[in-house]
Write a protein that binds this ligand. Sequence first.
Ligand code: PEP
Length: 273
Amino acid sequence: MRPVIIAANWKMHTTPADAADLATTIAGRTNVGDVVRVICPPFVCLAAVRAALAASPAGQGVGVGAQNIHHELSGAFTGEIGAPMLVGLADWVIVGHSERRRDAGETDELIGAKLRRALEVGLRPILCVGEQLAEREAGTAEAVVGAQLAGSLAGFAEDPGALAAAGLVVAYEPIWAIGTGRTARGVDAAAMAEAIRAAISGLGPGFAALAPDLPVLYGGSVTTASAGEFLAEPAIDGALVGGASLKIEEMAGIVARAGLTAAARRAAAGARG
Ligand code: PEP
């Protein structure tokens, strides 16, 4: 049974003071059994969010994630954050977000190096993939996403099991749906989630072993109103939420909907014995 995960990407919003308050309030309003919750604030807010969640009874089960890491562990990289610096501050890390591919020119190879760094320090990675609108309209979305996966996971050909051991999560985020208010259709996102598992399976036997259990999230303008369309799909295991994740009522609604999916999965697993 795959977990149901709701991850909040706060992007470049909040200060340490308001991030701590927002995190504890969201934690208190989203305490739904069986849903894995993760909050990814800006780097400078990680310590405050971590401490606030640890100090709050409702915050105990909420994971903290970074939004990025550098592809080297340390070195002369002014202004960058290496994975070892996050130990004790974060449990998760987003890699390959489309805004970083767009703004920082991140390539699949570089993203693969970041994945490796995440694994080296024990961070659980959320690998983002997704196509441009023109690529979807041209019918090449699955090929584009498949190439992103092949490029970023190529460095794991010798040890794909390390990705499973690290709890790799893939977030399918069609670029045209991020921050635009547009969403994919649930059926299309579900088809892509299965295509992602198939593409990873195709990378080799070790990859095929991890694909069925790989959590795949949908991201792209998810709100309380749209969450059900994605969370009703058995192939989709949760959401990576951007803009709406800064709004308490939105997060409460999205996680409540995720709780229904998690409960249904648990009941189905129980019925199967
Ligand atoms: C994101 O930042 O990953 C995201 C999906 O953003 P939004 O929900 O705002 O589209």
